[in-house]
Design a protein around this ligand. Structure first.
Ligand SMILES: *Cc1c(COP(=O)(O)O)cnc(C)c1O
Length: 332
C-alpha cells in the first residue's frame, strides 16, 4: 500500500483527532472513541474531503477545469465538492435531487444549499427519482459544448479513487490505536454511497489489520448496501494491487435503522442528536451520523457491543442541521 502513487491535492486537516467520548461510553456500556472526520477542515469538514483529495487530484491530472457532481438537496458531498473546486480554481456544476420530498424553505435554501451558493457552484434542482447518472452525463455534455473540460464525480464521491481517502483513514486509525495502546474491537460508521466503508475495509484488509467495520445503513436495504460496499472495497483493493485482499464476509451493513427513508427524521434520530450534544458536546447530523448513532445506541442497549472498544467515525454533516430546523428545531 503506497498512496503517493496516486494523484492527490491536499485539502484536509490530517490526521484528524481520535478522541474518547467518556460520557457516551458510560451511557452505552462500552469504550467509545470518536474519529473526528467532522474536523477535516474544508467547508466545515466531513468525510467527503478525504475522497476529494484523490478525486480532484485525478481531475487536475486529467487537465479538467470543471467538477460536476450530484447529491440530495442537503448533500454534504456537494458542499465539500463546491469548496474543493473553489480552493483549486475550478468551476463546479451540481445537480440536487429533491429526494426527501421536502419543499420547506430551510431545506431548500439553508444549511448545505446556502454554502453551495456561497462557494459559487452552479446549481440545478431535479425531482426525486430522477436518473442522476444520466443527469451527470447531460451536465458534462453541456460543459463540453461550452468549451469546458468536465470531471464527473459520482454521488458521494464513491468510486475506487475516492475510496482511497478512506484507505488512508484506516491507516490513520491503526497508527493512532497503536500509539494509544488501544486494542480495537470494531469500527462503526454510517454507510450510504459506500465509499467510506468500502475504503476502510479495503485499507484494513490490505494492511492485515483484522478489525471488523460495521456500517449502519441510511438508505438501501441490507443486501443492496452490502453488495455496493463489497463491490467498491474489491475495486479499491484492485487499485492497491491486492485484488484478493477483501472477502465478502468482511462486509456487514446493518440497515435496520433507516426508518422511513433517506433523509427522513424519526424520534430515534432526534434522541441520538440530543444525547451526543448533551453528553459529550458532539454535533451530529440529521441524515447520517444521527442515524448511525441511533443504531449504535440500540445495539449497545441490546447488549451486542458490551465492553467493546469501538471507534465511531464522525463523518460530519452538522451543516445540514440548519436545513432541518423547521422539522426538528422544536423537538430539542
Ligand atoms: C456522505 C456521508 C456519509 C456516508 O458516506 P458514504 O461514503 O457515502 O457511505 C456519512 N456521513 C456524512 C455526514 C456524509 O455526508
Amino acid at each position: 500500500m503506497h498512496l503517493a502513487r496516486f494523484p492527490r491535492v491536499r485539502l484536509a486537516h490530517l490526521p484528524t483527532p481520535l478522541e474518547v467520548a467518556p460520557r457516551l461510553s458510560e451511557m452505552l456500556g462500552l469504550e467509545l472513541w470518536i474519529k473526528r472526520d467532522d474536523c477535516t477542515g474544508l467547508a466545515g469538514g466531513g468525510n467527503k474531503t478525504r475522497k476529494l483529495e484523490f478525486l480532484v487530484g485525478a481531475a487536475l491530472d486529467d487537465d479538467c477545469d470543471t467538477l460536476v457532481t450530484q447529491g440530495a438537496v442537503q448533500s454534504n458531498h456537494v458542499r465539500q465538492t463546491a469548496a474543493a473546486a473553489a480552493a483549486c480554481g475550478l468551476n463546479c456544476e451540481v445537480i440536487l435531487e429533491e429526494r426527501t420530498g421536502s419543499r420547506a424553505e430551510d431545506y431548500m435554501g439553508n444549511g448545505n444549499v446556502l454554502l453551495d451558493k456561497l462557494f459559487g457552484a452552479a446549481i440545478r434542482f431535479v425531482p426525486r427519482d430522477t436518473d442522476m447518472t444520466a443527469e451527470l452525463e447531460k451536465t458534462a455534455d453541456d460543459v463540453r459544448e461550452r468549451g469546458g473540460r468536465p470531471y464527473v464525480i459520482p454521488g458521494g464521491g464513491s468510486n475506487a479513487i475516492g475510496a482511497l481517502g478512506y484507505v488512508d483513514c484506516a491507516r490513520e486509525i491503526v497508527v493512532q490505536a497503536d500509539e494509544f495502546d488501544l486494542e480495537l474491537d470494531r469500527i462503526v460508521c454510517a454507510t450510504g454511497s459506500a465509499g467510506t466503508q468500502g475504503g476502510l475495509i479495503a485499507g484494513l484488509a490490505v494492511m492485515g489489520a483484522d478489525i471488523p467495520v460495521l456500517g449502519i445503513g441510511v438508505r438501501a436495504p441490507r443486501p443492496k448496501q452490502e453488495e455496493m460496499v463489497f463491490k467498491l472495497a474489491t475495486e479499491t483493493a484492485v487499485m492497491l494491487g491486492r485484488p484478493e485482499a477483501v472477502s465478502r464476509d468482511q462486509v456487514v451493513a446493518d440497515c435496520d435503522y433507516v426508518g422511513e427513508g433517506y433523509g427522513l427524521i424519526d424520534p430515534g434520530v432526534v434522541e441520538a442528536l440530543r444525547r451526543a450534544a448533551r453528553t459529550d458536546g458532539l454535533l451530529l447530523d440529521p441524515v447520517y451520523t444521527g442515524k448511525a448513532m441511533k443504531g449504535l445506541i440500540a445495539l449497545a442497549r441490546s447488549g451486542a457491543l458490551q465492553g467493546e472498544t469501538v471507534v465511531f467515525i464522525h463523518t460530519g454533516g452538522a451543516q445540514g442541521l440548519f436545513g432541518y430546523q423547521s422539522e426538528i428545531g422544536d423537538l430539542f
